[in-house]
Design a protein. Structure first.
Length: 319
């Protein structure tokens, strides 16, 4: 950071790891020391999102200040006024934008297969209630949630709308079942699961469909009472949104990523996402293996993979 003016105007110490967050500290410092207009040049969409979310913090000392973004490079440079963007969105959506960006996918969080920003925005327009959840996450950084939290329930309903705008359901599990059974959706095009503890009292065919669409505990045939893929995604979103929404603070006090669905990589200074907290179907449901061999399975793919045959197999191996 380069100081300007006298020694009293020097930039504060900053512990931000990434430049897109440090920019907010620079802009805030300039505005606090008399600047009436600031221009930031970037090619990173994250910078625009972060500045929109932090705008209400930046203009505290000078509400008339203008913050401009020069976005692009070469001949393809476009100028955006952050204040105009915030006015167009409205205060709540402007504050919620970093959370929306993280939830629908960014460099640090995963995205929903086949669902880009346009689909996410259309779902937001169709379900305005989720703004309450986005604002809650932005206003209270690093809050922990569970599947029973009102915030998570709003996010779950939003995810349902993202995949099926006509659905009246608030459960991603029910939506997965409907899309799989009635619309023949491919597995990768189904929303992530959210599992709760409940007994399964269905016919065999519905049971098979259930375990194909919702991971379960193959030992006792009950879904595990643990948070699943959607909650893990939401926790990573909360962490990333918390980092962005506190970027106006020169010194951030960040909690451990391991509390928010990240797992420390052994022997390395890094983390990997915790995608799911229950066994994957392919590992937990070995009794659904079905082999087409008519003899023994020593030379087929199942045998080479050391998979035990089941009663569904046509082979002559011991069951």
């Amino acid at each position: 950071m380069v100081p300007w003016g006298n020694s009293e105007d020097m930039m504060p110490n900053c512990d931000h790891e990434e430049a897109d967050r440090r920019i907010v500290v620079h802009v805030l410092h300039a505005l606090e020391h008399g600047a009436t207009a600031v221009q930031v040049r970037t090619v990173d969409t994250d910078v625009i999102v972060i500045l929109v979310g932090a705008y209400h913090h930046l203009i505290v000392t000078n509400p008339a200040a203008e913050i401009w973004i020069a976005f692009g490079m070469g001949k393809n440079v476009f100028f955006y006024n952050i204040g105009s963007i915030c006015s167009s969105l409205g205060d709540h959506k402007a504050r919620a934008l970093p959370v929306f960006h993280a939830f629908t996918g960014c460099d640090q969080t995963s995205s929903f297969v086949g669902k880009g920003k346009k689909s996410g925005w259309q779902a937001w327009q169709a379900y305005h209630e989720v703004t309450q959840a986005f604002v809650a996450i932005a206003s209270t950084p690093f809050q922990l949630i569970s599947v029973e939290s009102p915030t998570f329930k709003l996010l779950e309903r939003y995810t349902v709308i993202l995949y099926d705008k006509a659905s009246a359901s608030s459960s991603v599990n029910e939506t997965r079942m409907t899309l799989f059974c009635h619309r023949s959706c491919a597995m990768e095009k189904l929303p992530p699961t959210q599992v709760t503890l409940r007994p399964i009292q269905q016919s065999l065919i519905h049971f098979v469909i259930f375990i194909l669409t919702v991971s379960y505990n193959g030992t006792d045939f009950y879904p595990l009472h643990k948070q699943d893929a959607l909650l893990q995604h939401a926790l990573r979103v909360i962490y990333q949104a918390g980092v962005w929404c506190t970027s106006h603070q020169a010194l951030q006090s960040l909690p451990s990523p391991e509390t928010f669905a990240w797992t420390k990589v052994c022997g390395k200074n890094g983390y990997r996402p915790l995608w799911i907290t229950i066994p994957e179907v392919s590992f937990a449901c070995r009794q659904l293996i079905r082999c087409a061999c008519k003899g023994n399975c020593t030379s087929c793919k199942c045998g080479k993979a050391s998979l035990n045959c089941t009663r569904l197999c046509k082979c002559k191996c011991a069951k």
